[in-house]
Design a protein around this ligand. Structure first.
Ligand code: ADP
Length: 261
């Protein structure tokens, strides 16, 4: 290439170079801020269960070990703390993979009615602890074949039903329903009559680590990643997710899926 001698062109090129560099630096800055915030959130989430486990172990070492009943109770609580840590780490792994695009949607055709039944079977015990009834409302109980990543859609339904139990009232109900839409789609709704969500929280609900109750003191606390994972999975299927909620009345989370051809 000939060397540019034209001063105006040269100035323009220098300016463009400076603009590109500035943009590059801005992008790096945003990424760095995002990374720092993510790490901050991760350590915050891990701290509570770690301190819980340490607390029980220290109390045991301090002498609680000698009492047979207390020993068992404290070891069980410590184990619960470890279980929670495992859930958090699994969710972190999942959200990282989803956000970096390190995960593929493996489409197949499957019966979504069966999938919902699987989720109910898995969560029945948890629901029973709060005397919550899991019901399935579908006009036709026969197979409804959809197209999607079966494992990930099961995770979506699991997270939504799990939340309806966690934030549901003692003795409440969770209902899952399926309805046909136009354009060869179905909509799956998970409805509860639990504590509901105040309007002001709705726009941020699907952000990772976002929680309505920030105290972290509640026993039901998850990783704060459940809905972020749900949103990612649904959007990577190019489908839509919706939420409607009334504080004190209940919530409804719904998402669309493509019917199998
Ligand atoms: P978490 O691990 O805290 O459950 P999620 O991402 O699954 O994280 O949910 C984010 C927040 O949204 C929860 O902390 C809770 O405040 C609120 N939330 C989610 N589902 C429901 C529901 N069915 N009823 C009421 N609040 C809900």
């Amino acid at each position: 290439q000939p060397i540019t001698t034209d001063m105006a062109t040269l100035t323009q090129e220098v300016k463009k170079f400076a603009r590109d560099k500035k943009l590059e630096i801005e992008t790096l800055k945003i990424r760095e801020e995002y990374r720092r915030e993510f790490l901050g959130n991760v350590s915050h989430e891990l701290k509570t269960p770690l301190f819980t486990v340490q607390g029980y172990l220290l109390t045991l070492l301090d002498g609680a070990m000698d009492d047979k009943n207390i020993r068992k109770k404290y070891l069980q609580r410590a184990e619960k703390g470890v279980e929670r840590l495992i859930y958090i780490v699994k969710d972190l792994d999942m959200i990282t993979k989803l956000e970096t695009g390190d995960i593929n949607i493996e489409r197949s055709e499957f019966n979504v009615v069966e999938l919902i039944q699987n989720v109910f079977d898995l969560l029945e015990m948890r629901a029973a602890k709060k005397d919550i009834t899991l019901t399935f409302d579908v006009k036709y109980k026969h197979a409804i074949k959809v197209s999607g990543d079966q494992e990930k859609i099961q995770q979506v339904i699991t997270n939504l039903v799990m939340n309806s139990i966690k934030y549901g009232k003692q003795g409440g109900t969770t209902e899952v329903s399926i309805e046909d839409l136009v354009n060869n789609k179905v909509i799956i709704r998970v409805t509860d009559n639990g504590e509901g969500i105040e309007n002001s929280h709705i726009p941020r609900l699907f952000e990772r680590f976002y929680r309505v109750d920030k105290s972290g003191a509640r026993s039901e606390g998850g990783s704060g990643l459940g809905l972020a994972i749900v949103k990612h999975i649904i959007e990577s299927h190019e489908e839509k997710i919706y939420v409607e909620s009334q504080f004190g009345v209940g919530s409804e989370f719904s998402f669309t899926l493509e019917k199998a051809k």
